[in-house]
Design a protein around this ligand. Structure first.
Ligand code: S3P
Length: 450
């Protein structure tokens, strides 16, 4: 997966009203965890609605390399025959996670509490991303690592022969770091404790409890959460229905809000409170979003969202909301580009270590398309108005940068071109047909002159 395919440029043109009912693919965070936890259970886990994007296929390949038997039925149902906690095999080859930061970081946790050697690598984006945030606590638990300088991929780790339970306060608001330590704790005798000062997505905690792990969560008055996990449980296989990914739904939602006359319903979206900061922000901006058919499945709230074109107003998004919408700031910038006034996004430094430096990539894309903005180390502001468009956006192997600027192009005076729509398949392979089906005008564009 690391050999990058040829770039596939795509342009978005000013489009007529978007209409219809759409269904986005399964949640990426829950999909990764379904395969991983299924691989650690004893018996057969069944998954429907799994995201079949590049990132998740990397995790499926990794879990097979660790000995799990994973199968996709003709009806799209996946089964995972797990090996049990402590039962992972040493992979015979290098584990290539492609573009998937969540995949590789959680997998490092999985492999940490067994005496096996594993070599991880990834694509041109993933090998630039920091792995020290996960490796630091894993080293405390007894893991040995040989990595490129700065703890970058490729790296080889040898899991601990006698893993040590730790109490770890997560220094950055990151569900990946929290999850890696908890997953290492699964294979560690005794109680592993993770303290997160700031609430981040809680799928690991919820799903481990569902798989039968003994996990206890205490929330302090200041919001800090102390998570205690009893090591070496027997995980029981589950039947999982993966809800629609709110981070993918964000693109048709913002598109419907900004394209005049639109009326789109996005069905079956995960409404977990740790994931819907964007919806709160858009409502504050004056968005016409109605929550319909709210229901619950597998312990998670889901709903359909009916979204109509709205006259948006700029707002200030407070820093404490960042963990609840960290992947949605790029597309919020597209909404802000047409809102009346200024939208200020504060406390977003984590955006700099995603699939690309997203503050820089968004700012460059806005600049190329005539949108007024300012950028700081940990903030971005966008002043709305007419979008000139006509710019070419460098996606830096980042799916969300590609989708953001294709959405912006739907309201721009001149088409907006992204240099590679191929990267979208990591999280949302159906993006193009789904958006075209609702009325979006996309057109293949000329490749850059070499
Ligand atoms: C994820 C956590 C977030 C998010 C990523 C998915 C997860 O990363 O950006 O897309 O599934 O745990 P961080 O934990 O690094 O913030």
């Amino acid at each position: 997966m690391s050999a990058e395919a040829a770039l596939r440029p795509l342009s978005a043109h000013r489009s007529p009203a978007l209409k219809g009912r759409v269904r986005v693919p399964g949640d990426k965070s829950i999909s990764h965890r379904s395969l991983m936890f299924g691989a650690l259970a004893i018996g057969r886990t069944t998954i429907t609605g799994l995201l079949e994007g590049g990132d998740i296929m990397s995790t499926a390949a990794a879990m097979r390399a660790f000995g799990a038997n994973i199968h996709r039925g003709d009806d799209g149902t996946w089964t995972v025959d797990g090996v049990g906690v402590g039962g992972l095999l040493e992979p015979a080859g290098v584990i290539d996670f492609g573009n998937a930061g969540t995949g590789v970081r959680l997998c490092m946790g999985l492999a940490a509490a067994q005496p096996i050697a594993v070599t991880f690598t990834g694509d041109g984006s993933l090998i630039k991303r920091p792995m020290g945030r996960v490796l630091d606590p894993l080293r405390k638990m007894g893991v040995d690592v040989i990595a490129r300088s700065g703890d970058r991929l490729p790296l080889t780790m040898r899991g601990a022969m006698t893993p040590i339970p730790i109490e770890y306060t997560v220094p950055v608001p990151s569900a990946q770091v929290k999850s890696a330590v908890l997953l290492a704790g699964l294979g560690t005798p005794g109680v592993t404790t993770v303290i997160e000062p700031v609430f981040t997505r809680d799928h690991t905690e919820r799903m481990l409890a569902g798989f039968g792990a003994a996990i206890d969560i205490e929330t302090a008055a200041n919001g800090a959460r102390t998570i205690r996990l009893e090591g070496r449980p027997d995980l029981k296989p589950q039947t999982i229905t993966v809800p629609g990914d709110p981070s993918s739904a964000a693109f048709p939602i913002v598109a419907a809000l900004i394209v005049p006359g639109s009326d789109v319903t996005v069905e079956g979206i995960l409404m977990n409170p740790s994931r819907i900061g964007l919806i709160d922000t858009l409502l504050e901006m004056g968005a016409d979003i109605t929550i319909e058919n709210a229901r619950e499945t597998g312990g998670e709230k889901i709903a359909d969202l009916r979204v109509k074109h709205s006259a948006l107003k700029g707002v200030t998004v407070p820093p404490e909301r960042a963990p609840l919408m960290i992947d949605e700031y790029p597309v919020l910038a597209a909404a802000a580009a047409v809102a009346e006034g200024k939208t200020v996004m504060l406390g977003i430094e984590e955006m700099r270590v995603k699939e690309s430096d997203r503050i820089a990539a968004v700012a460059a894309g806005l600049a190329a398309n005539g949108v007024d903005h300012e950028e700081g180390r940990d903030w971005l502001s966008v002043t709305g108005g007419k979008v000139a468009g006509g710019g070419r956006v460098v996606t830096h192997l980042d799916h969300r940068i590609a989708m953001t600027f294709l959405v912006l192009g739907l309201v721009a005076d001149a088409p907006v071109t992204v240099d590679d729509a191929g990267v979208i398949a990591t999280s949302f392979p159906e993006f193009e047909p789904l958006m075209r089906g609702a009325g979006a005008l996309f057109e293949d564009a000329e490749a850059d002159a070499a």
